[in-house]
Design a protein around this ligand. Structure first.
Ligand SMILES: [Zn+2]
Ligand SMILES: [Zn+2]
Length: 305
């Protein structure tokens, strides 16, 4: 049996926001208010990812919310945007970025310059998420060989509410289908209160920065806009999904077309799919209100990042 890492070891599932802007850059909500609003919605950890401006600081130490050192780094590449959320440990633990130093906005037209730019993120001991590909106008071929990203955004609340894009794992299967291990993250990209708390990750970790980052890198999480997922595994030739009441459960894989189970009264909490000969599988749960949750993939040869 292969169980997706989010459900492999029973620990508390922590709710987290990995892409949040505040008044430190172009967000409308202060860091203090942002942490409070997310705390009130049950979040355990947050990354304040202001544009090209790193943050280590917990602006609300009175609240039991873990702040992950982070920023959103970006450049332009040809006609497209190239945005990444960068996450790391503390400065004492080797993070190379400085608090509040605003980095330059650059425009590249050759792959070598973009590669050098990306390398600096990893030299500074950060891990990265490729952000909002549709909003940036980047098809998978722009970033599919940039395998240092541990994840890509499969839902970005501001892109969904503002532009009706980046809402259901665009391009993800193109990359997974090539055998590349890349995890999927739902995030708000919060700039104002309207898109706060619409998409998040549920991470199987202890509530400290190192444990959360390790779990993210290992794919020990799922993403959601509402539904909960309790288990996802492949036993023999059967993939099994356990979740909160759902209207539809889909199984995505390297085989086409996608499979789907339906429940007329939105009460399905379990689904099974035959997966003979598949290389990878992942599941999407859709509840009666049309809200999504996504598992990360299981590679049937046991591969992980
Ligand atoms: Zn962005
Ligand atoms: Zn952003």
């Amino acid at each position: 049996m292969i169980r997706q890492q989010a459900f492999a070891e029973k620990r508390k599932m922590l709710k987290g926001g990995l892409h949040i802007h505040t008044t430190r850059s172009d967000g409308k909500v202060t860091p203090e208010e942002s942490i409070q609003y997310y705390y009130e919605q049950g979040y355990h950890f947050l990354a304040l990812t202001d544009h090209r401006k790193y943050n280590y600081k917990n602006f609300r130490p009175d609240l039991p919310v873990t702040v992950i050192p982070a920023m959103e780094h970006d450049c332009a590449y040809h006609y497209a945007g190239y945005h990444t959320v960068c996450l790391g440990l503390s400065k004492e633990e080797g993070n190379g970025y400085e608090q509040d130093v605003r980095l330059a906005s650059e425009h590249f037209t050759d792959e070598e310059s973009l590669t050098a730019w990306r390398k600096k993120i990893y030299e500074n001991n950060n891990i990265s998420i490729y952000c909002h590909p549709e909003w940036s106008g980047t098809p998978a071929r722009v970033f599919e060989n940039h395998t240092e990203h541990f994840a890509m955004e499969i839902w970005n609340s501001i892109s969904v509410y503002g532009h009706d894009i980046d809402k259901d794992a665009s391009y993800w299967d193109e990359i997974l289908g090539q055998g590349k291990v890349l995890y999927g993250v739902a995030a708000d990209d919060t700039h104002s209160i309207e898109t706060l708390g619409k998409g998040w990750v549920m991470v199987n970790a202890e509530n400290d920065v190192k444990s959360i980052l390790d779990a993210l890198k290992n794919g020990a999480f799922y993403s959601s806009c509402g539904p909960e997922i309790y288990d996802f595994y492949v036993d023999g030739e059967t993939a099994v999904v356990e979740c909160s009441p759902a209207a539809k459960i889909r199984l995505h894989s390297d085989m086409h077309p996608t499979k789907v189970e339906r429940s007329a009264d939105s009460s399905m909490v379990h689904a099974e799919f035959k997966v003979t000969g598949y290389e990878y599988v992942r599941a999407t749960v859709i509840d009666g209100q049309g809200r999504y949750a996504w598992t990360n993939p299981i590679f049937l040869d046991g591969r992980v990042k």
